[in-house]
Design a protein around this ligand. Structure first.
Ligand code: SF4
Ligand code: SF4
Length: 106
């Protein structure tokens, strides 16, 4: 590893239009009409951020891992933050194509 090379810029997530996506505080919402109160979302959250007394409330830090959304059997969890959704769409459009392996000499 060449430690003399300057560090690159800190990663900035982008929206579909290439501008910075700002979604640090985005948290999943809950469709109350669908939620059956099973508590799975709270159980799988790696941050322990979904309240155990009210599963609609994200009381801690959300790292946008989607674990609660995947785990919800009712499809009740979702994000509505426009910057976050735009970033997800950008990733799906640009990072789902299969790539060849790339080997770099260090
Ligand atoms: S996993 Fe889904 S149905 Fe179960 S408590 Fe959470 S939001 Fe409600
Ligand atoms: S997206 Fe991940 S970190 Fe955020 S509330 Fe859901 S499980 Fe927790």
């Amino acid at each position: 590893m060449d430690r003399t090379r300057p560090a690159g810029p800190y990663y900035t997530p982008l929206k579909e239009d290439g501008t910075p996506a700002r979604f640090l505080k985005a948290k999943p919402l809950t469709d109350g009409a669908r939620c059956a109160g099973c508590g799975l979302c709270s159980a799988v959250c790696p941050m322990g951020s979904i309240s155990r007394s009210d599963f609609t409330q994200v009381t801690g830090v959300c790292i946008k891992c989607q674990a609660c959304i995947r785990a919800c059997p009712a499809g009740a969890k979702y994000f509505d933050d426009p910057d976050f959704l735009s970033h997800v769409t950008m990733l799906e459009r640009t990072c789902t194509a299969r790539k060849d392996n790339l080997f770099l000499e260090v």
